[in-house]
Structure formats: structure tokens, C-alpha cells
Design a protein around this ligand. Structure first.
Ligand SMILES: [Zn+2]
Length: 455
């Protein structure tokens, strides 16, 4: 049994003072407010908030961050030229390397207050072309266990190079599986995964998965009530190809053909019309936005205000790992809308606070997208939480009403003291408990991937 006595805690009903949280067996057992007398067993915290779920991650891309910022020799750099660099990296990562890179990514996530991650995993094969899907899955699962992050494993089907190309391109061979092999892998992951892992199912995109396979995956998701994740409408070229092949835009086609449910998490949905937004919001699907990656790759801006006006749900993801910081994602989610619309406090309704609205949306939508619902400080929920230093200059002069605004919009350094997942402290004094070991292992691997950095 662990107990925390928090001077302030952000509960489902908002901020509360003098809160005692009791944890046992990885869950929050009870939450009491107005507890102004401490006991020797209490861990005293000034501020406690829920952890945020990172609803879209490709852990291996942590090794690419910062290596794709040099402009190519000719033409215009785009998402598609970045993708070639990503393929070159993916081609040389084995299971040992993946575990080391994922450990680094996951420990960085924990240290900034992500307590869970949905790993959208398509790096299934070995670098030499051999089958390695179990080894690659186990590398991700091991990295999650070593760092303590709560994992939603989303194995992803990647079948083909494009709408009119039935097979994968040479660089995509490591990602590809037949639909039968893929469903076997999904079943195997469900049977062998540790009880702390949620297993979802994913399709890479409409361009990379055939219509019949997509229907099969949607049926599996419906049958098992597991999260179903897919990239959609990230780039205008994908929309044009979809229009040419299916005579409908990606979201329009999906809504008409597959009836997505509230188990679905659609990643990006950048190029979406107001009509598509209205229909999509009706089915309860979560849209996962990855603002730093979308900015880095030049994707475009999601029409956030119309989506929220329709009651749409959002989650956030670190995606390419160019930035691992949920508060920076939330800040840029709002800033993108401010810049494009030349207005302020776009996400907030009348008299609401932007930082608090963004935080609440990300916590709730992230828990839904990850399939575990974690992220609320209430009895029966997983004990996943973050303690903040209430004496930090970031909070000077702020009261409960504006603390989350400060956390999202102010300062370069997050005042995170500790992070707990499943009742265990994973970050203490702002540092992940296995930080130096993890960064050593990561450095050894990336030096082999980027030999110039060994100098
Ligand atoms: Zn992605």
C-alpha cells in the first residue's frame, strides 16, 4: 500500500485540496479530500495530476530525430523525402537495437509525464529479410517492462506500396505480412502479452492496406472490443489517390464502408472536410493529433475548432519522436490554430482556460484510444500519476484556475518531480530511475546506425 497526501490534486471534478490517494495492486484504491492531517506513511506532494497517454508512437523513429533536418540537394523536401530517410534507418534496426531505442524513447516519455503509450508497430521483420515479428514485438514489450510505461501494443498491417500497387516496395518488405500471418501475430500477442499490456490492432493507412483486409481487421476489433488504429488523410497526395481509386476522400470512404466505432483512433486526419468531421464525430472515434510531427513533416493543420464544436474527441501522440513532451504538443496544437486563424484561445469555450481544456481532452481521449481508460484520479483506475513541484517559479502567482495554463504555455522545463505508473515510482526528482543505463544502451546502438556520431 502506498499513500500520497497532495496539497492539490486534479480530480475528475476539477482541483481539490488536501487529497489522500491510497494505492494498492497497481490501482487507486481510494481518493479522499479534505485530509489535512498527514501520517508517517504518506508521501507528501504539493501537486498531483493524471499522467497523459501518448496515443501514437513509432519508438524506433527516436533514432532518426534530428537526423533529417538537412535539405536535400534538389527540389523540395517533403513528407515523402523524409520517408526515404526513415526507410533507410528502419532497414538496419534489429531486435536488440529496437529494444535499446524504445527504452530511451519510453524513459523520455515517462520523464515528461506520459504514463502510457500506444506503440503503432509495423517494423515486424528482421533487417536481413528474415521473419522476426515475435522478436520485434518482444523488444517493444521488454522496453516497456524495463522502463515501466503502460503499453498498448498496436501491431500494424502493411500490405502494399499504394492504392494501385498490390505488394510492398523493396524498402517496405520488413513491414509487410499477409493478412493471415498478421492475424496470427495479433492472436499470439494477445495470448502471450503480459497482463499489463493492452493489445490493439492497426492498419497502416488506406493506401497500404486493401479494402478486404481492412474489413477483416475491423471485424476483429469489433469482436474483441480492442482499439483499432490507423493513419488517415495525413497528406494531400493520399487524398488524391483515394479519390482516384475509391471515388471518395479517405474519411468519407471509411465512414461509408466500415462504420468506425468509438474503439477507433484515427491518426492525423489532417485533410478532412467539415462534412467529414460532422459524420466522424457521430461515431465517437478519437482523432489522434501529433502537432510537432505534423509540423516537422509539413503535413498541415487539423481543423480543431469545428471538430470540438461537433463534440469530437482528441488524443495526442509523439509519433516520429521529434519532440517528446505532451505539454509542447498541446501548446503547438493551440498555437497552430492561433496562427492560422489569427485569434487566441481557440480550443477553449467561453470563459474556459485553454491549458486546462487541452489537458483534460488529452487525458480523456488518450485513455480511450489506448483502450485502458487510464488517466483519471479516482478509485478503481490504474495508479498512473505525476507529481509537480508547486514551489516552481512556473507556478508563482498562479492559483488552481491557471496552473494547467502555466504548465502548457510557460517555461522550457517542466516542474515534474515524480511519475508513478501502476503504483510504482518510475521517475524520481525529475529523472527516470534507469536513466543512465538506458542512455548508455541507446548511445551504443545509434553510434552503429549513424557511424559519423561515433567520432
Ligand atoms: Zn505515425
Amino acid at each position: 500500500m502506498t499513500t500520497i497526501l497532495a496539497k492539490k490534486a486534479f480530480l475528475r471534478t476539477g482541483w481539490a485540496n488536501d487529497v489522500r490517494l491510497r494505492m494498492s495492486d497497481g490501482l487507486i484504491e481510494s481518493v479522499e479530500t479534505g485530509c489535512n492531517v498527514g501520517s508517517d506513511d504518506d508521501f507528501v506532494a504539493s501537486v498531483v495530476i493524471p499522467g497523459i497517454a501518448n496515443a501514437h508512437s513509432h519508438a524506433f523513429q527516436r533514432a532518426l530525430a534530428g537526423h533529417a533536418e538537412q535539405r536535400g540537394p534538389a527540389g523540395r523536401d517533403t513528407f515523402w523525402s523524409w520517408r526515404e530517410q526513415m526507410y533507410r534507418l528502419a532497414g538496419s534496426i534489429d531486435a536488440h537495437g529496437l529494444a535499446a531505442i524504445a527504452r530511451q524513447a519510453f524513459s523520455e516519455m515517462l520523464s515528461v509525464g506520459y504514463t502510457s503509450v500506444a506503440e503503432f508497430h509495423y517494423l515486424h521483420g528482421k533487417p536481413n529479410g528474415g521473419r522476426g515479428r515475435c522478436a520485434m514485438f518482444q523488444a517493444i514489450a521488454q522496453a516497456a517492462a524495463d522502463t515501466g510505461i503502460r503499453l498498448t501494443y498496436v501491431p500494424v498491417l502493411y500490405e502494399r506500396a499504394g492504392f494501385d500497387r498490390p505488394g510492398p516496395a523493396a524498402q517496405q518488405l520488413r513491414f509487410s505480412m499477409s493478412p493471415n500471418e498478421f492475424v496470427d501475430h495479433y492472436e499470439c500477442a494477445r495470448e502471450t502479452a503480459d497482463k499489463n499490456i493492452t493489445v490493439g490492432i492497426g492498419a497502416h493507412s488506406l493506401r497500404a492496406v486493401s479494402e478486404s483486409s481492412l474489413r477483416r481487421l475491423a471485424d476483429v476489433s469489433r469482436r474483441d472490443e480492442c482499439p483499432m488504429h490507423m493513419h488517415i488523410a495525413e497528406q494531400p497526395a493520399e487524398v488524391e489517390q483515394c479519390l482516384a481509386r475509391y471515388n471518395a476522400r479517405p474519411v468519407e470512404w471509411l465512414l461509408g464502408e466500415l462504420s468506425p466505432t468509438d474503439h477507433w483512433c484515427l491518426v492525423h486526419a489532417t485533410h478532412i472536410t467539415v462534412e467529414e468531421l460532422a459524420s466522424l464525430s457521430q461515431c465517437g472515434a478519437v482523432v489522434c493529433l501529433c502537432p510537432s510531427t505534423e509540423a516537422n513533416l509539413g503535413d498541415g493543420l487539423f481543423p480543431l475548432r469545428p471538430w470540438l464544436d461537433q463534440g469530437g474527441r482528441i488524443a495526442i501522440g509523439s509519433d516520429s519522436q521529434i519532440t517528446i513532451n505532451p505539454y509542447e504538443e498541446l501548446r503547438w496544437l493551440e498555437y497552430g490554430q492561433r496562427l492560422s486563424g489569427r485569434s487566441r484561445n481557440v480550443v477553449a469555450g467561453p470563459d474556459e482556460h485553454s491549458g486546462q481544456v487541452l489537458f483534460e481532452q488529452a487525458v480523456k481521449g488518450g485513455g480511450l484510444a489506448c483502450g485502458h481508460g487510464a488517466g483519471q484520479l479516482r478509485a478503481g483506475m490504474p495508479a498512473d500519476l505525476v507529481t509537480l513541484d508547486g514551489e516552481s517559479a512556473m507556478f508563482a502567482g498562479h492559483d488552481a484556475e491557471t496552473m494547467l495554463d502555466a504548465l502548457v504555455f510557460v517555461g522550457a522545463r517542466l516542474p515534474i518531480d515524480r511519475v508513478m505508473v501502476g503504483g510504482e515510482w518510475r521517475v524520481i526528482d525529475g529523472v527516470h530511475v534507469a536513466n543512465s543505463e538506458t542512455s548508455r544502451g541507446f548511445a551504443e546502438v545509434v553510434r552503429t546506425l549513424w557511424p559519423a556520431s561515433a567520432a
